[in-house]
Design a protein around this ligand. Structure first.
Ligand SMILES: *Cc1c(COP(=O)(O)O)cnc(C)c1O
Length: 359
């Protein structure tokens, strides 16, 4: 029996997608083999690849002057790819918002190649909020401006898109496809798949055409967006099964009503959980209200000695993977698109019950 899964990543996948993959696993569309066992250059796989791209374009209303890339190395490879691809023209200077642990990793990598200006940081309050635009000091010569719209570990989500004068780059790994986004305001969007897109092993890049010609000399071929764009993301063998599964997720999303429907659902799910936590004296969420993530909800118990018991009993109740990130402790419930409302209802009901028994 499938249980409710709140894992931060690799995360829950929609059950109908898994069922379709299961059904097609041995004999894909009557071909007598699996989708994993055909050439990535075959007509039949190219159709899978192109359909996935088109569905993603439809879901996010991606304008024609943006390339959609299917990349390898996860979001982490993009931490390096961003400076490699954008520092080749002008000064090697970039603005970064330091909003938590993922932003920190992106910053550390960019510093290897150029000068990083931290235009705003949430460090003064332990990364429990998204710094507002009024606090910035943007550089006038930055090659790009990077931020992390949703900090998966801290549970901090920006409720606005920064307005900047240079290309805006966003690591959308944990909240892509959870709401409509104005793609035209971005230069580059990237996201590892294993939160809201599909299984791990593939990442998506959305890159404005004019940014394909700014790479530093000596860029590793495997990090080049231009090479990927010219090769249809097949300069080398792509992770075909992950690509196929991501495509099934895009199809499923369209059937669910697209990103507008996902946004409404994300509101309902996260509001249910946050309101319950705020009403309780036993549970609390450290994140400031205006910056609370709809995807990752961190919370702590009044007595951390009960953590182990909470995790044991929640698992017994069929609620999986609620343990917080090892660096922050406590609990974290990730409520990505594939997590149904019933899962959150079951979680809240369990939490109320646990509080009654143990508080
Ligand atoms: C998970 C995550 C990453 C890391 O992704 P990998 O695919 O493991 O490299 C980076 N940024 C954010 C915001 C994430 O949630």
């Amino acid at each position: 029996m499938r249980k409710f899964n709140f894992c931060a990543g690799p995360a829950a996948l929609p059950e109908p997608v898994l069922r379709q993959a299961q059904q097609e696993l041995l004999d894909w569309g009557g071909r007598g083999c699996s989708v994993m066992e055909v050439s990535h250059r075959s007509a039949e796989f190219l159709e899978v690849a192109e359909r996935a791209e088109q569905d993603l374009r439809d879901l996010l209303s991606i304008p024609d002057n943006y390339k959609v890339l299917f990349l390898q190395g996860g979001a982490t490879a993009q931490f390096s790819a961003v400076p490699w691809n954008l520092f080749g023209v002008g000064d090697k200077v970039a603005d970064y918002i330091h909003s938590g642990q993922w932003a920190d990793k992106a910053i550390r990598e960019a510093k290897r190649y150029g000068q990083v200006n931290i235009v705003a940081s949430g460090e003064d309050r332990s990364f429990t909020y998204a710094p507002g635009a009024e606090s910035w000091t943007q550089s006038d010569n930055a090659a790009y401006f990077h931020y992390t719209p949703n900090e998966t570990i801290g549970g901090v989500e920006f409720d606005y898109v920064p307005d900047v004068t240079c290309p805006l780059v966003a690591d959308m790994s944990s909240n892509i496809l959870s709401r409509p986004i104005p793609v035209e305001k971005f230069g580059v969007i990237y996201a590892g798949a294993q939160k809201n897109i599909g299984p791990s092993g593939i990442a998506v890049g959305i890159v404005r055409d004019d940014l394909l010609d700014r790479a530093m000399e000596g860029i590793p071929r495997s990090l080049s967006w231009k090479v990927a764009a010219e090769a249809g993301s097949m300069d080398n063998t792509p992770p075909t099964f992950a690509w196929y599964l991501a495509g099934l997720v895009f199809r499923w999303l369209k059937g669910q009503g697209g990103v507008e429907a996902m946004s409404t659902l994300a509101d309902r799910k996260s509001t249910l959980l946050y309101e319950f936590i705020d009403r309780s004296d036993f549970y609390s969420c450290p994140v400031e209200k205006s910056s609370r993530s709809r995807m990752n909800v961190p919370f702590v118990l009044a007595d951390e000695r009960l953590d182990k018991e909470f995790l044991r009993q929640s698992e017994e109740a069929g609620l999986l993977n609620l343990k917080g990130h090892r660096s922050v402790g406590g609990m974290r419930a990730s409520l990505y698109n594939a997590v149904p409302l019933e899962a959150v209802e079951a979680l809240v009901s369990f939490m109320a019950d646990f509080e009654k028994r143990c508080a």
